[in-house]
Design a protein. Sequence first.
Length: 276
Amino acid sequence: MDKVITYFSTLEQRPFERMALLVGGLLFFWIIEGAIPLVKLQYRKNKFRHALVNFGFTVMHLIIHTALAVLIVMLSDWCKEAGFGMVYWFNANVWGAIIIGVLALDFSSWLVHWVMHKNPYLWRYHLIHHSDNKVDVTTGLRHHPGDSLLRGIFFLLLIFMSGAPMYSVMIYQTLVVITTAFTHANINLPPLLDKGLSYIFVSPNMHKVHHHWMQPYTDSNYGAVFSVWDRMFRTFTTLHPSKIKYGLDKYYPNEKDEDFLNLLKDPFLKKKHDGQ
């Protein structure tokens, strides 16, 4: 266990290793979705062109969160020195610190996601993620920079409240990278396996409901790693995969879902976003 703690405590200092985990996860599920696809996606040009658009947003997402990493380390270290946060208030041991940190940070992912759907201005940024008409493994990190920045702020807030040590933070970040690739991947799991997973974790079919083009399905299943928050706050919804259609029924033209520059500037345009 000491080796595990040491590994994750210093993982933030090894950006190339973290990048390898991200790229490795994407490639793994890219191969799997090619072998057992959930649906046959008709890309506008081809899968690589679609991926290129999403990777553009991925690069910006990673730049923002790499910059925020400095604040994450400083805040986690401050919590440790000050004895501030749930980890220290409950005098948690290593396992307790991991559980508290992981659950708190996963709640931050659920909460910021819910807020972006409920606030008309913030929805402008998040709808770029939902505008993807061909949801696959590359969709997972298709976030507008404004979306990414807000996620980082909520992440810092829950580190502050939980007092999560760096090893707990990095365990969660590793989990969420893998889970994000898994839940967005266009893979066809046996229905019983997918349903069984959804009692604890966010499963692929569970998250695909969130990408259905019509409300109220779009406004459900906000979870990142664990499904407990959606079940607890009654935002859990089911829909058979055969009935799911990706994209948006309003707010953004579906035919422009691969127009990178338009997607980047869209949140700043004065138009019809505020109906969310």
